[in-house]
Design a protein around this ligand. Structure first.
Ligand code: DOR
Length: 439
């Protein structure tokens, strides 16, 4: 059999597939970029073998919240560097936010992003179009046009729609296309001028705070609008305990809502800001230990559906300034898996739930193919060494954004092979494969 780079026998790994609940040591056969076999022992001569003993073999990870800055801000990130970083983080698919220049509010920009990503040929890129023209919160963007070109959802992300009537119409319009409205929940009047969580640390440091209520007010409004319109909404990067309580209330009522949490809100609190390190400046801000605990528990219980990195690369000149003046954002796609795996090592998440939150749930939320290792699925597969310890070195990151609060951290657990439709888009230098194993 000729290997077009898309045929593999992945032998002896621990398969963790949340789509079937499978947790067992088995082999996976990949032919022509598709999964064609999953069984305790597969013999297939002439196909290159990936020796996966001791590794987790999981459905390709999916990050539904990244900023690749292309077009317009290529000095921060490009589609090439963003996809390379995503692959190194174990991600096989990403959803890109619309705050580019020009804003992705037309089919032409969506098309540009999709076509450029295809040329790069790494992880799959799915644009999220803007809700309103230029993300100004006034008139609705051409959703149908963007969906035709490949947009999987709409969001005004960092510039949330403040006018409730416009948001209501956006939800009604989006429902015609069967796409979710993806929602950065922030009342900009309440958060105006703030840089960190409003609380004990902001008072001590004399930095203007962003109250939890600025998120919770917007969460409550949009849950009410989702109930009114019946449109599916997805809430981004929840940061407060109050938001979790509201989502639980909505889910109990059957309101069509899903939500995400970022690795940094799971791992850090506002105490990290005491260093004045601007890489801790992010929107929504890092909050209290009580909030962090509530987010971890909600993720384990399924009240929070998934993890998304909110990968927000910035240049040094935007971060190497006074805290108040620094840009909001963390370059997170390369550390997301490692940070989430710390919760597994601490016994706070099971391996199955961790993979569900990073793959199967994001696929379901965005309606993407993937998130499963069933026969017949495209071979989007991530191999993870759960025991590999590694140190976060910003200068080694493939993203142009070196803005990480995890610099110097030792993390345990890393993607060692990232495969998209059977094509290896990332391989850790420590991993080998045998050419034509006859076992
Ligand atoms: O910290 C953030 N950075 N939060 C956002 O909502 C936007 C993002 C960015 O685009 O840099």
């Amino acid at each position: 059999m000729t290997n077009m780079g898309r045929d593999w026998l992945i032998k002896g790994g621990t398969i963790i597939d949340p789509s079937t609940g499978t947790l067992e040591v088995a082999d996976i056969l990949v032919e022509g970029g598709q999964i064609t076999g999953v069984a305790p022992s597969i013999t297939q001569r002439g196909i290159p073998v990936i020796e996966a003993r001791g590794l987790w073999v999981v459905p390709g990870l999916i990050d539904i919240h990244v900023h690749f800055r292309d077009p317009g801000y290529e000095y921060k990130e490009t589609i090439e560097t963003g996809l390379a970083a995503a692959g190194a983080g174990g991600f096989t698919q990403v959803c890109c936010m619309a705050n580019t220049l020009p804003v992705n509010d037309t089919g032409a920009i969506t098309f540009y992003m999709v076509e450029k990503a295809k040329k790069v040929g790494g992880p799959l890129l799915h644009p999220v179009g803007a809700i309103t023209k230029e993300q100004k919160g006034e008139s609705l963007a051409e959703m149908g046009d963007m969906v035709d070109m490949g947009a999987v959802a709409v969001s005004d992300d960092g510039n949330p729609v403040m006018n409730s009537e416009v948001m209501r119409r956006a939800m009604e319009y989006a429902s015609h296309f069967g796409i979710p409205v993806v929602d950065h929940c922030e009342d900009k009047n309440l958060s105006a001028g703030g840089s960190i969580h409003e609380g004990e640390v902001s008072t001590r440091l004399g930095i203007k705070g962003i109250p939890s209520a600025s998120e919770e007010v917007a969460v409550a409004r949009d849950l009410c609008l989702a109930r009114q319109t019946g449109t599916r909404i997805h809430l981004q990067h929840l940061s407060s305990k109050g938001s979790v309580e509201l989502v639980k209330w909505a889910k109990d009522l059957g309101i069509p809502v899903t939500c995400e949490v970022t690795p940094h809100h799971l791992a850090l609190t506002h105490q990290a800001v005491e260093s004045y390190d601007t890489s801790t400046k992010v929107n929504p801000p890092l909050r209290t230990q009580e909030d962090r605990q509530a987010l971890i528990e909600a993720l384990a219980q399924g009240i929070i559906d998934c993890v998304a990195s909110d990968h927000a690369p910035h240049s040094l000149k935007e971060k190497d300034v006074e805290y108040d003046l620094a840009a909001f954002g963390i370059s997170g796609v390369e550390t997301a898996l490692g940070v989430v795996l710390q919760l597994v090592h601490e016994g706070k998440l099971t391996p199955m739930r961790a993979i569900e939150t990073l793959s199967t749930a994001p696929a379901r939320i965005m309606g993407l193919e993937g998130g499963s290792l069933k026969v017949g699925q495209p071979a989007h597969i991530t191999l993870i060494d759960p025991e590999k310890t590694w140190r976060v070195k910003p200068e080694k990151m493939l993203s142009k954004g070196k803005n990480t609060p995890f610099a110097g951290w030792e993390l345990k657990g890393k993607a060692v092979i990232t495969m998209v439709e059977g094509k290896v888009v990332w391989k850790d230098e420590t991993i080998g494969e045998s050419g034509n194993d006859q076992r």
